[in-house]
Design a protein around this ligand. Structure first.
Ligand code: OAD
Length: 250
């Protein structure tokens, strides 16, 4: 889609230009235009017969570590060859222009970091790292490891991806930073997330209750958003560059 044709609501442009503090929450949709399937789309093809709970839980890993490791290895291989798209880059442009900017992501693909976002709050961890299933020790660079799953160099226990699984707590520091940003921002923008998974799903509403302006950017309309939320329907790889161009022309 040509981003010249996307209409960005003037109220959102004004809010962004005037904001002293902006918080952004991204989900898998922002990486869709980099060729990565969204979380729910990733349950297709080879993996169509599985539900997320069959693959993204500690119990599933205990039951069949090779299966779970292979699902993540498949996603990691795709992420490793993907490149950021104009949506990721537009967020780096916003970060440079607003006094306070917090980027909260549910994505585990590392594309915000690759685009140059300085300080990414990883709510769900990173698929590029692994950690010991027994002891929690983090082992970097999953690519360099072999085995389904590879073994911890220290205790020989199985390694798991360093991501948050269903039923697990989010990293406390990431959650704290999300809470602070949500409370203190003037504008909260939720991008490319279905808003189905807590606690990330509540952040937009909490920001609205704390007095922030709220906006959603998604290819489809999201139901039950906080009252007053501006919804821009379109791919984030087009909407975000158009938003930046409208807020800071030239
Ligand atoms: P989902 O797969 O649930 O939702 C992706 C969203 O992106 C949908 O609302 C799509 O409409 C939207 N979308 C698709 N393409 C888009 C585009 N080009 N531009 C804008 N929006 C687009 O992924 P998430 O919401 O990220 O957690 O899922 C949240 C969490 O659920 C994941 O992090 C994962 C899963 O449980 C864990 O693994 C803990």
């Amino acid at each position: 889609m040509d981003h010249e044709k996307i209409i960005i609501p003037a109220a959102l442009v004004e809010c962004l230009r005037a904001a002293k503090s902006v918080a952004v929450l991204t989900g898998a949709g922002i990486s869709a235009e980099s060729g990565l399937p969204t979380f729910r789309d990733a349950m297709t093809g080879l993996w169509a017969n599985f539900r997320p709970e069959d693959l993204a839980t500690a119990r599933a890993f205990e039951r069949d570590p090779a299966l779970v490791w292979k699902w993540y290895a498949w996603r990691r291989d795709m992420a490793a060859t993907a490149t950021p798209n104009p949506g990721h880059y537009a967020l780096t442009a916003i970060e440079k222009r607003v006094p306070e900017f917090t980027l909260l992501t549910q994505n585990v693909d590392g594309l915000h970091q690759l685009a140059g976002s300085c300080d990414v709050v990883e709510l769900h961890g990173s698929i590029m790292r692994s950690r010991c299933f027994r002891e929690g020790t983090v082992v970097g660079d999953s690519d360099a490891l072999s085995g389904d799953p590879p073994r911890c160099p220290a205790c020989r226990g199985p390694l798991r991806p360093d991501v948050v699984w269903f039923g697990e707590n989010l990293p406390a520091d990431a959650l704290n930073r999300a809470a602070v940003a949500t409370q203190e921002c003037d504008l909260f923008i939720s991008i490319g997330t279905s808003g189905m998974v807590e606690p990330a799903a509540s952040l937009l509403r909490l920001a609205a209750e704390a007095g922030a302006h709220t906006a959603v950017i998604n290819v489809e309309r999201i139901a039950n958003v906080a009252p007053g939320t501006v919804q821009v329907i379109g791919p984030s790889g087009s909407v975000l560059p158009a938003l930046v161009a409208a807020a800071w022309p030239g």
